[in-house]
Design a protein around this ligand. Structure first.
Ligand code: HEM
Ligand code: HEM
Length: 172
């Protein structure tokens, strides 16, 4: 098992981060629906949403550092390299800006943020304009993430069944 990326395949760490973040992000996008499904109160669901969101931000920072460590190890794509780069950077931008805007919603609401019980942002006064602007941004970006994930999955399937260049195997 390779910990680092190799010429033809992402390493164990890159793959573990990719798939764990993918699952957590989709669960985050479906927070309201999932909370209803398991009978969780809105308050409990939001506390968990904020904790997992902060965790995802931490994972993203580690992921970007790990990507830097692995720079140049994996062979670049033959087909549509620019499109893959653009798509991947759009996903990274969304993975960064969504939790940051979420933190701003929490700051603006004055409710504060805890990381699984550990206080990160203390409750304070409500800042209405910040809450409203950040809420709008958070929602628009979350909708955009659905689209980006859809495009990313379609691209993976196109690589697998149309171009047949084993791209899916690099991450599987
Ligand atoms: C929330 C969901 C997902 C996000 C945010 C995401 C994000 C990313 C990002 C940023 C990369 C680029 C990695 C790098 O820096 O080199 C990547 C690669 C990849 N992802 Fe995803 N991904 C998600 C879900 C999926 C799913 C469901 C599939 C499979 C259908 C998939 C298949 C792949 C493959 C095959 C690669 C490697 C592409 C290559 O070799 O260039 N991803 N993903
Ligand atoms: C990391 C990935 C995240 C994703 C994918 C995500 C996604 C979402 C979605 C889909 C909603 C419901 C749409 C809406 O009504 O605005 C939402 C609401 C919310 N999120 Fe996040 N979020 C993330 C991170 C965070 C973080 C880190 C925080 C704060 C620490 C946060 C705080 C909130 C709050 C306070 C709301 C409720 C906003 C409202 O009252 O409308 N989110 N988020």
């Amino acid at each position: 098992m390779n910990v680092l990326d190799t010429r033809y395949r992402y390493g164990a760490v890159s793959r573990a981060i990719h798939w764990s973040m993918a699952v957590l992000l989709v669960l985050m996008l479906g927070t309201e629906w999932l909370a209803e499904l398991v009978g969780m109160s809105e308050r409990e669901a939001m506390a968990l949403h904020k904790s997992v969101g902060v965790l995802l931000l931490g994972l993203l920072v580690f992921r970007l550092l790990w990507r830097r460590v692995n720079h140049g190890r994996l062979e670049a794509h033959v087909h549509w390299q620019w499109a893959a780069r653009l798509g991947h950077w759009a996903l990274y931008a969304a993975m960064l800006l969504i939790p940051v805007s979420g933190l701003l919603v929490a700051l603006g609401s004055g409710h504060g943020v805890e990381l699984f019980g550990l206080p990160l942002i203390a409750p304070g006064a409500e800042i209405e304009w910040l809450e409203e602007a950040a809420e709008e941004t958070h929602e628009v970006l979350a909708n955009l993430l659905w689209l980006l994930i859809g495009g990313h999955v379609l691209a993976s399937l196109a690589h697998q069944f149309w171009l047949r260049d084993h791209t899916l195997k690099r991450m599987a």
